[in-house]
Design a protein around this ligand. Sequence first.
Ligand SMILES: [Zn+2]
Length: 186
Amino acid sequence: MKKIERSPEPSIIKECRNGNFLTKEKIREVLGKDTNGCCAYCNAGNILATCPEIEHFYPKSHFPSKACKWENLFLSCSKCNWHKSAKYNGTDEHGKVGKLEHKPLKPDDSAYKFEDNFTIDIFTGKIEPKNDRAKTTIDFFDLNGEERNSARKNELELYQKTGFYVNYAFFIEEYISIMNYIKTKL
Ligand SMILES: [Zn+2]
């Protein structure tokens, strides 16, 4: 999960409540600029061209006051959005306690850094957690689901064979930085 530097709130967010299709399209476009068109959570690429969804980090059914808050909206692929569904940590705005034991990591938090929380397994394509919140985050979005691991592994193989990659750019960048680190230790 790559760190996101969030753009200032766009004026269209004020229209969020009217929920019309064009407005949603525009919000997706602005969110996509901050993630390079990738899913904010699994970092799968090119989702703007396929199935982008506007994901509410704090589920709107449990946190209605955050439904149209800019900091609560992320561009997400349908898989991440579906896996996460309405799970949350803590107490919601109706006084109901969520099922998550730990608070998931939020990629636009100012203190968030990938390397403080995760590492990658360069052989399996898996993302490994370094702490409880990172583990919760992986489970939350199913970041190590079989399909995701094999997609990252395929990407890695493509990069190793050809020097190119088309998807999961962030994963490949992490791989390159690990390999560079290893080289300095040899
Ligand atoms: Zn995703």
